[in-house]
Design a binder for this molecule. Structure first.
Ligand code: BTN
Length: 268
């Protein structure tokens, strides 16, 4: 006799019911544990998994963040999932995708009446200056399409003090909503917003979402420094993102467009 499947915090049927008509956009799978939902989904994507494939895991043993960082999370305290989306055409069309994902997340959470949400270039969701969620977008291009694995980690509860090293102090939904939204309801709202935003992005690129991003940009007109992959540092006033998703930095020599790096606030 087969052992019964381990139960997970997300039950696919309950999630489908919450998704309503949007359920058809997703192929759901939930796991009690995996190394990383993004690593596993990338593997599945290479094997032909359909657009809309969604992997939700209670626990990740090797969660990954941007730029090779670790992503630490624990089951009850977070929501961790990855979504595969296939876009026809070439890589250039996907400039600004991670910013578009941020717009979807913030719009979904705004429905709970949360104040203090903001977006930080390129893909952090902030709550009162702390990091509420991280987005990891990984792209692979084929002859006719680009596949995007969009990994999202959302903090429901604050991690215990002393756990992990953070570029930003962490923030959690529990700091601002009591009781927390029901987990299936919350994930469904995030997925419905993602399906809508990804559809609009597919049709018009980041340009059609830029105003929505700018309106929620946490560091507009603030002094920042940008550290790029080569550790070159640039300082200036942050003007948000352009139509291609590049960061606009007003420096002494004019407005520069930046395509990669980590931005931090500079003390005035
Ligand atoms: C960041 O560095 O801010 C991005 C963090 C992304 C974490 C999520 S959790 C679900 C998915 N699986 C991973 O291994 N990483 C992403």
């Amino acid at each position: 006799m087969n052992a019964p499947a381990a139960s997970c915090l997300i039950e696919p049927d309950r999630l489908r019911a919450r998704l309503g008509a949007a359920a058809q956009a997703f192929a759901l799978e939930v796991l009690p544990e995996c190394e990383s939902t993004s690593t596993l989904l990338l593997d599945r994507a290479r094997g032909g998994a359909p657009s809309g494939s969604l992997l939700v895991a209670d626990r990740q043993t090797a969660g990954r963040g941007r730029r090779g960082r670790q992503w630490l999370s624990s089951p009850a305290a977070s929501l961790t999932f990855s979504l595969l989306w296939r876009f026809p055409g070439g890589l250039a069309r996907l400039a600004g995708l991670s910013l578009a994902v941020g717009v979807a997340l913030v719009q979904a959470l705004e429905q709970y009446g949360i104040a203090g949400l903001g977006l930080k270039w390129p893909n952090d969701l902030l709550l009162d200056g702390g990091k509420l969620a991280g987005v990891l977008v990984e792209l692979e291009s084929g002859p006719r399409e680009v596949l995007a694995v969009i990994g999202i980690g959302l903090n429901l509860q604050l991690p215990p003090t002393g756990e992990g090293e953070f570029l930003h102090p962490p923030a959690a939904l529990a700091q601002v909503i009591e009781p927390l939204p029901e987990r299936h309801h919350l994930l469904a709202q995030l997925l419905i917003a993602l399906a809508d935003v990804l559809g609009r992005f597919d049709a018009g690129g980041f340009a059609v979402l830029r105003d929505e991003w700018q309106a929620r940009h946490a560091w507009q007109e603030r002094p920042v420094r940008l550290l790029d992959e080569l550790c070159a540092e640039r300082a200036g006033i942050c003007l948000g993102a352009d139509r291609d998703g590049a960061l606009l930095l007003r420096t002494e020599t004019g407005v520069e467009r930046c395509f990669s790096g980590d931005v931090s606030l500079r003390r005035a």
